[in-house]
Design a protein around this ligand. Structure first.
Ligand code: ACM
Length: 677
C-alpha cells in the first residue's frame, strides 16, 4: 500500500500539487502518513463499541466515541484494541484504522495511538453521519509537537487554556509549553514565596504596551484597577490532568537568570544591587538565588509530571554581573572566564539539581553560550543554528526558529491586520519549514521536534490569541506529524480552510484563511523603468547595511520590488547616520516624468519612514537642481505602512540624486527600488 500512496503523491505533485483525489483527504489535518480510501461508507448509527485496552484510561476516548456513534448497542462493530505489535507502526502514538461498510477497527500499541485514531475519525466524519471506507496506517514524524503560550505579558486563565488544549489534541499536538514567568507578571502560585502572586502578578494598566512603555510598576493583588492573575496550584493540577487525558504534556517555563524583573522587585535581595525595579537578572554570585530557584522548582516539580522543565536562559543582559562583588567572587572561585560562563554555571547547577530530582532541562539556545549543560535539550529560536549545534554535539533540539515559528508576526498583508510584533509570516511561510533540512542522519535523529510560539506583547485578548494561532499552528502540527515527502502547500491550504471552518464553528476566532489578501502585489512582478540596470552610487556615510543588502549595489535598480517584510532580501536597509543618499547614472540625458521610491514603517523593529526626502537632477554629476522636497507627515504610531515618496513633472537629466534623511526616531530606513519613468 505504501507504494500506491507514493505513486499517488507523485501524481499529485505532477498535477501541480493542488487537487485532492478524494474529498475526505481535505478533512485530514495533519495528513496521515499512509492512507487509501476505497468505495463505500460506514454509517455511524447502529453500532456497538468494544474496547480492549487493559490499563489504559479511555475516559475521553469513550466520550468522543459516544459523540461519533450516538447509538451504541447496535450491530456493526467498532473495535479499539491495544496490541503488542501493530504492523507498520513503530511509535506508541501510531495507529492503524480500517473501515469497511460493516465494521471499523482501530489498533495501536498504546492509548495515545487509540486517541489519535479517534481524532482522525472525528475529522473524517465532519458534520456527516458516515465515515469513508479506508485503511490508514499513521504515526508521527516527530515525538515533540509543541505549542508555546506566553501567559505573562497578558494572562489567560484556566478555561481558555483548556479550550486551546482541545484544539491541540484534535490536531495531534502533544506538548504545551507555558511561559509562566516574565517581567510582565509571575503566573504560578508558589506557596513559599507569596509575594510572587500577591504583587508580582499584577500591574496597572492592563495592556502590556502601555505598561512596558510606561512606568513598569507592579501593584498589590486586589488593588484598584489591578490587572493580571495567576494559576493557583489547584488550577495547575486541573490543567495538567486535563491535558494528560488528551495526551498532552504541559511543560512549565520558569525563567532564569533573566526576564526576571518581577521576581527581583518582589524579592530584591536576589539581584546584584538589591534595588527593586532596577534589575532583570538574578545575582549568580549569591547563594540565596539558588535557594530561591530550587525552592520554586521543588514546588513546580510536584505540580508537573513532565520529564522536562524549561529554565528559560534567553536574553540575559548580564550587565550587573561584572560590577557585583559576589558574582566576581563566584567567577574567581569557579575559574569562570566571562559572564557567559557565569550564566552557564547557573544553568549547569540548576540542571544538576533537576536531574537529581529525575527531571531534564530545556533551555532557549543562549544556554549554548559559555558551555552547554551536559544533558540539556536546546530550544532553537534565534534561527536554526543553535538547534543544529546542539544536535551536532549529541544534544536533543526542539526547533522553533523565529523566522518560521513565531506566531506573533503578521499573518496577512500588514496594513489589513492588527498590530503585530514580527514581520509578515503567512501560513505558507510557516508550512515551508523543515526541521531537519540540511542535516545528516545522525544530527536529524537528535531533532526532537518542532514548536510554534505565541508571545503576547501585542496580543491582549483570548480572541486575539486564537486569531494569531489558527491556522498557523496547524502548519506546525502537520510538520510535526506528517511525512515531509507529502508536503504540498496548495493542498494543505485547502485542508487548513476546512479546519478553520471547523474551528470557527466551534467558537474559535480563527483567521479567515479563505479570504487571505496575501503577498504585496508589487512583489509578484518585475518592473521595467528607465533606471533598470543603471549604476547606483552611495554617498559616504549612507551605505546600506550588509545584512540587508538585497543583492548589493544593483538592488535599487533591478526592477525587483519587496514584499510585506523587510526581511525578504528585497528591501535594502540603511542604519547609518547619512540615511539613504544615492545617485543614479542614466548613462545619457533622458526625459523624465516621475521619480519615486517606497519606504516601509514598522515600529517594533524601529523601521521608520524618512523624515524628509529631496530629489535633485543633474546633467554633469556636479551641479544638481532640487526638483522635490517631501516632508513625511505619517505619524509614528501607524503600525505598519509602506509609503511612496516621489516627484511627478517633466525634466531632462542624466543623473538623479535621491536623498532620504532619517526622521526624529532614527532607526532604520528600508526601500526596495528607485523607479524612474
Ligand atoms: C525568546 O524569544 N526570547 C525566546
Amino acid at each position: 500500500m505504501k507504494r500506491i500512496f507514493i505513486y499517488l503523491i507523485a501524481a499529485l505533485m505532477f498535477a501541480g500539487c493542488g487537487e485532492s483525489e478524494n474529498k475526505y483527504v481535505n478533512y485530514m489535518l495533519p495528513i496521515a502518513k499512509d492512507y487509501e480510501f476505497t468505495a463505500g461508507e460506514f454509517e455511524t448509527d447502529n453500532v456497538f463499541i468494544a474496547i480492549e485496552a487493559p490499563g489504559v484510561d479511555c475516559g475521553i476516548i469513550k466520550e468522543q466515541l459516544a459523540e461519533l456513534f450516538p447509538q451504541d448497542g447496535g450491530e456493526k462493530a467498532v473495535t479499539l484494541q491495544i496490541k503488542d505489535k501493530v504492523e507498520g507502526i513503530e511509535s506508541p502514538e501510531g495507529y492503524r484504522l480500517e473501515i469497511t461498510p460493516e465494521q471499523l477497527s482501530i489498533e495501536a500499541t498504546d492509548g495515545a495511538g487509540l486517541f489519535y485514531a479517534v481524532q482522525s475519525l472525528i475529522q473524517l466524519k465532519g458534520d456527516g453521519n458516515s465515515l469513508p471506507c479506508c485503511t490508514i496506517t499513521d504515526e508521527p514524524e516527530f515525538g515533540y509537537r509543541g505549542m508555546m503560550l506566553d501567559v505573562s505579558r497578558h494572562f489567560f486563565g484556566k478555561e481558555f487554556v483548556k479550550k486551546q488544549i482541545d484544539a491541540m489534541a484534535h490536531f495531534k499536538m502533544n506538548r504545551l509549553h507555558l511561559h509562566l514567568t516574565d517581567a510582565a507578571g509571575w503566573r504560578i502560585e508558589i506557596k513559599k514565596y507569596p509575594r510572587l502572586t500577591q504583587f508580582a502578578a499584577w500591574r496597572n494598566p492592563a495592556l502590556w504596551k502601555e505598561w512596558w512603555f510606561g512606568d513598569r510598576k507592579y501593584v498589590e493583588e486586589g488593588s484598584e484597577g489591578a490587572y493580571g492573575g495567576y494559576f493557583t496550584q489547584e488550577d495547575i493540577r486541573e490543567l495538567v490532568a486535563y491535558a494528560a487525558e488528551r495526551y498532552i504534556t504541559i511543560i512549565p517555563e520558569i525563567e532564569m537568570p533573566a526576564h526576571s524583573e518581577e521576581v527581583l522587585t518582589a524579592y530584591p535581595e536576589l539581584s546584584c544591587t538589591h534595588e527593586p525595579y532596577k534589575q532583570a537578572d538574578f545575582c549568580v554570585g549569591n547563594e540565596a538565588t539558588f535557594e530561591f530557584l530550587q525552592n520554586v522548582l521543588d514546588e513546580v516539580i510536584e505540580l508537573f509530571p513532565s520529564e522536562y522543565i524549561h529554565i528559560g536562559g534567553d536574553e540575559a543582559g548580564k550587565n550587573s554581573w561584572p560590577h557585583c562583588p559576589l558574582c566576581q567572587k563566584r567567577m574567581k572561585e569557579e575559574n569562570l572566564k566571562g559572564v557567559d560562563e557565569l550564566q552557564s554555571y547557573l544553568i549547569q547547577r540548576i540542571e544538576k539539581y533537576l536531574n537529581s530530582k529525575g527531571k531534564q532541562i530545556i533551555g532557549w539556545d543562549e544556554i549554548l553560550d559559555g558551555g552547554l549543560a551536559p544533558n540539556a535539550t536546546v530550544m532553537s529560536w534565534r534561527g536554526t543554528e543553535g538547534g543544529i549545534t546542539a544536535a551536532e554535539s549529541g544534544h536533543k533540539a526542539i526547533m522553533t526558529p523565529g523566522q518560521f515559528c513565531y506566531l506573533d508576526s503578521y499573518q496577512d498583508a500588514p496594513p489589513t491586520e492588527p498590530m503585530a510584533f514580527g514581520p509578515y509570516m503567512p501560513l505558507e511561510k510557516v508550512y515551508s519549514y523543515n526541521p531537519t533540512d540540511g542535516l545528516g542522519e545522525q544530527q536529524a535523529a537528535m531533532i526532537y521536534g518542532i514548536q510554534g510560539n505565541l508571545w503576547v506583547e501585542y496580543v491582549p485578548t483570548g480572541d486575539m490569541v486564537e486569531y494569531m494561532l489558527y491556522p498557523r499552528i496547524l502548519a506546525i502540527a502537520e510538520i510535526g506529524w506528517s511525512n515531509p515527502a507529502q508536503r504540498c502547500y496548495n493542498e494543505f491550504k485547502e485542508r487548513a480552510i476546512v479546519a478553520v471552518n471547523g474551528l470557527r464553528a466551534k467558537g474559535y476566532n480563527a483567521f479567515d484563511l479563505a479570504n487571505e489578501h496575501g503577498q504585496r502585489s508589487e512583489a509578484a512582478t518585475t518592473l521595467n523603468h528607465i533606471a533598470v540596470g543603471k549604476k547606483v552610487s552611495y554617498a559616504d556615510g549612507a551605505e546600506y547595511n550588509e545584512k540587508y543588502n538585497a543583492g548589493g549595489d544593483s538592488a535599487l535598480t533591478d526592477g525587483v520590488r519587496g514584499g510585506w517584510t523587510y526581511t525578504d532580501s528585497k528591501w535594502q536597509g540603511f542604519i547609518r547616520r547619512g540615511g539613504f543618499d544615492v545617485t543614479i547614472d542614466l548613462e545619457s540625458e533622458r526625459e523624465i516624468k516621475r521619480i519615486s521610491a517606497d519606504f516601509m514603517q514598522m515600529p517594533m523593529p524601529e523601521v521608520w519612514l524618512p523624515g524628509e526626502v529631496t530629489i535633485s537632477v543633474s546633467n554633469d554629476d556636479v551641479t544638481f537642481t532640487q526638483i522635490a522636497k517631501i516632508v513625511n507627515d505619517t505619524p509614528t504610531d501607524v503600525p505598519m505602512v509602506i509609503r511612496n515618496f516621489g516627484w511627478e513633472g517633466s525634466c531632462t537629466a542624466r543623473y538623479i540624486r535621491y536623498h532620504a534623511a532619517k526622521g526624529a526616531k532614527g532607526g532604520w530606513l528600508f526601500t526596495d527600488e528607485i523607479v524612474v519613468e
